[in-house]
Design a protein around this ligand. Sequence first.
Ligand code: HEC
Ligand code: HEC
Length: 212
Amino acid sequence: MAFIVLMTLPHRGMAEPPSSYDGRLLFMTYCMICHGQDGRGNGPLARKMDVEPADLTVTVRVRSDIALKGIISGRGRQLVSGRDRHNLISDSMPEWKDILSDPEVESLIAYLKFVSTSKHPLMGNPEVGRDLYTRYCQACHGEEGEGDGVMTSLIDMDPMDHSNPLQMNKISNLEMVRSIKNGKGNYMPPWKEIISEGEIEALVSYIRLLSN
Ligand code: HEC
Ligand code: HEC
């Protein structure tokens, strides 16, 4: 008897992406048509709806994770405060509990929190950025961007914590692009001869998603 065993092994050294990264992809598939690509409620289906899809860049900020979980999964009728129209989420917002798993809903919430708190738009393609980050950056910056990669045990080097949203909001996209191109301090290498402009923007985008 012959067995063929198929195993999917994780790509060696490939970091688990932050949950906001998965959330962004789920958002494109399930939410974009109503809430719009940037979450502002202006998706292609919005015009045809009686109830306007919410501008998630504004509303999400004041909602707890538990409230958001309830709203998205549709478990129970959701009473929410601070709304002009009505305090009950209408059924124009679909219930996702049979379609999305709990971890998927959590990823969506991480992404929505990112969208509503980050002052900086995503530039470039984070999928491309993820691959480059794994190959070239995580050795110093760490899998989750915390600044604790293997190289940091060799020498006294202290990259800032890229997973901290407060600190990350202080750095503009342009400053990040500049540091990546030209290097910074003693140990951050200059990448401009190695990585193209578009790829550098993709990296900035991936690093932004690490902060949630
Ligand atoms: C068919 C259109 C449609 C789709 C698809 C959709 N929504 Fe909604 N959503 C709405 C509408 C309309 C509202 C506003 C409901 C209301 O005001 O009663 C809403 C409200 C919300 C709210 C509450 C906003 C607040 O006031 O705090 C959240 C959160 C939300 N949607 C998240 C999502 C997520 C996440 C997805 C994807 C999994 C999604 N929506 C997909 C139409 C949609
Ligand atoms: C050899 C270690 C090392 C590698 C590899 C490395 N970095 Fe850095 N990086 C650093 C250090 C150390 C700093 C902090 C420099 C300082 O402030 O003096 C830094 C700073 C930065 C900054 C500026 C913001 C900040 O944290 O001060 C960005 C953005 C950045 N790195 C992105 C990247 C990207 C993207 C890659 C991969 C293409 C990468 N780094 C690879 C060590 C590294």
